[in-house]
Ligand binder design. Structure first.
Ligand code: FES
Length: 134
């Protein structure tokens, strides 16, 4: 099945990073793709760190976990890559993430799986929005 996909996809599908739940997360999102029925949850923990000596600080993704409740191999791999990209990044940087970043990191995706990348980008955006609404 994986013959026609990149090594990166295979690597992340067979050994997905940051899978699981964060109890007492700061933000959560449930993403439900009606087209194909894939469902995933994203949990984030937010940290705060100084960015300059004059007491300015920024918020960043201290921890992230993803639960792939049902889904194809591409979304499992895309979610894994997304967690690696965003961990440790400021919220400002994370909100600049676009589908192409995920697709490039995976070494490409077939046309029929492009929405898997959109879904994980939407997932992290929704989790950050959920945190900001609290
Ligand atoms: Fe729909 Fe992967 S998220 S096929």
């Amino acid at each position: 099945m994986l013959d026609k996909y990149s090594r990166q996809i295979e690597k992340h599908f067979l050994n997905p990073r940051n899978q699981g739940i964060i109890k007492n997360s700061d933000g959560e999102a449930l993403i439900n793709e009606s087209q194909c029925g894939d469902v995933m949850k994203v949990y984030i923990k937010i940290g705060k760190r100084p960015i300059s000596e004059n007491s300015k600080s920024e918020k960043y993704i201290k921890n992230i976990k993803v639960e792939n409740l049902s889904g194809c191999f591409a979304i499992v791999a895309a979610a894994s890559v997304m967690t690696e990209i965003v961990k440790g990044k400021s919220l400002k940087e994370v909100l600049k993430l676009i589908d192409k970043n995920i697709i490039d990191e995976l070494g490409g995706l077939p046309l029929s799986k492009m929405h898997c990348a959109s879904m994980v980008v939407k997932g992290i955006e929704m989790a950050i929005n959920n945190y900001r609404e609290k």
